[in-house]
Design a protein around this ligand. Structure first.
Ligand code: NAD
Length: 358
């Protein structure tokens, strides 16, 4: 194994993964092997600035392909795995759960098996440096009532959607590989992220895109479901901190201390658009809000108690919701082509003609 020179990231062409890879190379500067299947949610454009960066190697492949993963581990000898790859959209998991089982559960299992084989062969001094960091969600804890205390690391798992159930299963697999085989694992459970490069099926980019195109802004049910929101850059920093300092076998909750109803989020986005897009055909943008039939089994409230990561490592989010959401709206306004390439189907063409594996 090389001495803390290389990490393997899975899902590094997705929303959080690509932000993490860019952040890692800017801050840590050591090499990243980026393994991503490029599903509909993976987008090489997110990491196009790294095209000529020798520290970044992109491999198109599936975490279920154990032979591929074993070969990458042998070839690049990473000292850490940061595992983002997943099917991540709750609505898609309701319409078709199978891919979620295949990637989030089976894929994590195949990855763990490949990593276990690799780790077992390492010298003792290398074994102690090695880390497997599994990225997960607060949705594994289920739903809170309005007065319930936020989720802590000891909250019992109670996942309610096929997505959260598949993530819960993967968390348990990771936990079991630590307890059974001694694999040096870490797990983080984070609240809703927002920021650049988020696929425009998710709430905030969807609202921005629809508002700019004078389309209805769909709001599930009464819009009063509550989520905690964290700026993606803060999440990336927290992941680096846990990777460097986390205690083996532990889980760490990561949150933004920003509980908002969906309606509050949408109204914030609309107010910023009203201010920045004065030539818009429709103002106020909030007049486009349209209530639609609620998502089946829609969890009422998620909230995160992130005191453990703060007490142990002093980590706290830097962005308030107000600064983070303004930065985010500005980014989407400055990157209309990025969104357009996805929603127009141009992106699909771009994938087939432009991506190459190295
Ligand atoms: P995303 O859907 O934007 O990206 C997922 C990436 O994984 C894509 O690039 C996709 O191509 C890749 N991928 C999917 N299946 C794969 C497979 N079988 N093999 C290799 N690559 C595959 O997701 P995201 O929002 O960036 O989430 C990343 C991780 O963070 C997920 O594990 C998710 O559960 C977790 N998470 C997300 C949030 C959030 O708010 N987005 C919050 C907490 C935790």
């Amino acid at each position: 194994m090389n001495n803390k020179q290389t990490i393997l990231v899975t899902g590094g062409a997705g929303f959080i993964g690509s932000n993490f890879v860019l952040d890692w190379l800017a801050v840590e500067g050591t090499s990243v092997i980026n393994l991503d299947k490029l599903t509909y949610a993976g987008n090489k454009e997110n990491i196009s600035s790294l095209k000529n960066d020798a520290r970044h190697v992109f491999i198109r492949g599936d975490i279920n392909d154990r032979t591929l993963v074993e070969g990458l581990l042998r070839q690049y000898k990473p000292y850490a795995i940061v595992h983002f790859a997943a099917e991540s959209h709750v609505d898609r998991s309701i319409h078709g759960p199978e891919d979620f089982i295949q990637t989030n559960i089976n894929g994590t299992f195949q990855l763990l098996e490949a990593v276990r084989g690799y780790w077992t062969q390492l010298a003792d001094s290398e074994k102690s440096v090695f880390r497997f960091l599994h990225i997960s969600t607060d949705e594994v804890y289920g739903s809170l009532g309005p007065l319930d205390p936020p989720f802590s690391e000891t909250t019992a798992y109670a996942p309610n959607s096929p997505y959260s159930a598949s993530k819960a299963a993967s968390d348990h697999l990771v936990r079991s590989y630590h307890h059974t085989y001694g694999l040096p694992t870490l797990t983080t459970n984070c609240s809703n992220n927002y920021g650049p490069y988020q696929f425009p099926e998710k709430l905030i980019p969807l609202i921005i895109h629809n508002a700019l195109n004078c389309k209805p802004l769909p709001v599930y049910g009464d819009g009063l479901n509550v989520r905690d929101w964290l700026y993606v850059g803060d999440h990336c920093e927290a992941i680096r901190v846990v990777l460097a300092k986390g205690r083996l076998g532990e889980t760490y909750n990561i949150g933004g201390c920003n509980e908002k109803t969906n309606l509050e989020v949408i109204n914030s986005v609309c107010a910023i658009l009203d201010e920045l897009c004065t030539d818009s055909l429709i103002t106020p943008h909030a007049s486009l809000i349209t209530f639609v039939k609620d998502r089946p089994g829609h969890d009422q409230r998620y909230a995160i108690d992130a005191r453990k990561i703060e007490l142990e490592f002093g980590w706290q989010p830097k962005e308030s919701f107000e600064t983070g959401i303004r930065k985010t709206v500005q980014w989407y306004l400055e990157h209309k082509n990025w969104v357009q390439n996805i929603v127009s189907g141009e992106y699909q063409k771009w994938v087939t003609t432009n991506y190459n594996t190295r």
